[in-house]
Design a protein around this ligand. Structure first.
Ligand code: ADP
Ligand code: TRP
Length: 328
């Protein structure tokens, strides 16, 4: 049986961006058919960076609403903080991890030079491994930036199996989409991220059409007057816009290039605007509807989903606790 686990952090306003959507969320509904699946709002992870407690519940609600509006079945969504078994398993896993291994995590290395960096930045991949292993997951849909973290989860699963002398845990594998790294539309050398300093390069599911159009109009393009050639000959900035269009419209990048031959770069942007309004604006409207009129429905989904997730993770973590010689 395929067991799928994935998560998204409710950082910022809680709205996913185009990278989260195309890199992870959009693939979930198709992937989970005939699998057992758990999709979490990873709110505890969001506390590893500076956060505002009075805002966190609302941003978590918005992330959950976005997942539902994007087509993730409402009965598999839950909130990480509602399932404390993750923390228990994280402690056991942390005792199997080495300090050197944790310090080699790219995300930690990238940020560890910053002043006053929190311990959570070093330890959070272990909590993520516990998020995955407490459901005995086989498959983790995620963007390429999570590859190393899923590898750590696989490594810790092997170490735990070794310790208990049996292959109890599955070894989880990442599942990437065709384009697992969507870049910032203003600074195409950086991945699109909620924490980008200049938010004009980040397209959010909750952006109004006016805001999205403004961002798209400012997107970096080429200095050439007309669009020519195929996908492979384009600059990184143009490739990224083409990839977003092709993913939204579900056509190939070659098809996008064919449609744009001899046209201006403003036509490329107009094509993106039209794909955006056709495919993302209906999702935004649904998110707005739920947030304005039906927050109780989102809360009920989180409640029921968390109860279901707790049942599975409780039974797994109990077995692991016993196999480690702990508990009654
Ligand atoms: P962010 O890095 O913007 O805070 P999250 O950490 O919440 O986003 O990521 C949630 C999911 O979205 C993860 O599976 C992650 O790999 C994926 N993801 C994040 N940014 C991108 C991107 N630019 N392109 C593709 N996938 C991404
Ligand atoms: N750490 C992931 C991110 O930053 C989000 C996440 C939390 C996750 N728990 C997970 C992803 C479990 C996959 C599986 O994007």
């Amino acid at each position: 049986m395929n067991i799928i686990v994935t998560g998204i952090q409710p950082t910022g306003s809680g709205s996913p961006h185009m990278g989260n959507y195309l890199g992870a969320i959009k693939s979930i509904p198709k992937l989970i058919k005939s699998s057992e699946a758990y999709v979490m709002v990873a709110d505890v992870h969001a506390t590893t960076v500076d956060f505002e407690p009075s805002e966190l519940k609302k941003s978590s609600l918005l992330t959950a609403a976005s997942l539902i509006a994007a087509g993730v079945p409402d009965d598999i969504i839950f909130k990480q903080s509602c399932v404390p078994q993750h923390y228990e398993l994280a402690i056991y896993l942390s005792h199997l991890a080495s300090v050197g291994q944790m310090e080699r995590m790219t995300q930690y290395k990238d940020k560890s030079e910053e002043k006053g960096v929190g311990f959570g930045l070093l330890s959070y991949p272990i909590l993520m491994a516990a998020d995955i292993l407490s459901y005995n997951a086989t498959t983790v849909p995620a963007g390429i930036d999570q590859h190393q973290h899923v590898q750590l989860a696989a490594d810790l699963a092997r170490k735990l199996n070794n310790k208990i002398g049996e292959d109890y845990l599955n070894i989880p594998k990442p599942k990437f989409t065709k384009n697992p790294k969507i870049m910032d539309i203003l600074n195409p050398d950086k991945k699109m991220s909620k924490s980008s300093a200049n938010q004009n390069g980040v397209l959010y599911l909750t952006d109004t059409i006016d805001i999205a159009v403004n961002k798209i109009k400012r997107a970096t393009t080429d200095s050439k007057p007309y669009f020519t050639d195929g996908f492979d000959d384009q600059s990184d900035a143009i490739k990224n816009l083409i990839v977003i269009i092709s993913e939204l419209m579900e056509i190939t990048t070659d098809d996008v290039c064919i449609q744009l031959q001899g046209k201006r770069y403003s036509d490329l942007k107009n094509m993106l605007i039209s794909a955006y309004s056709e495919h993302i604006i209906p999702i935004k409207e649904q998110i707005d509807y739920m947030m304005n009129n039906n927050q109780s429905y989102i809360n009920e989904c989180i409640d029921a989903g968390s109860e279901r997730a707790e049942k599975t993770s409780n039974s797994n973590v109990k077995i692991i606790r016993n196999k480690l010689g702990l508990g009654l």
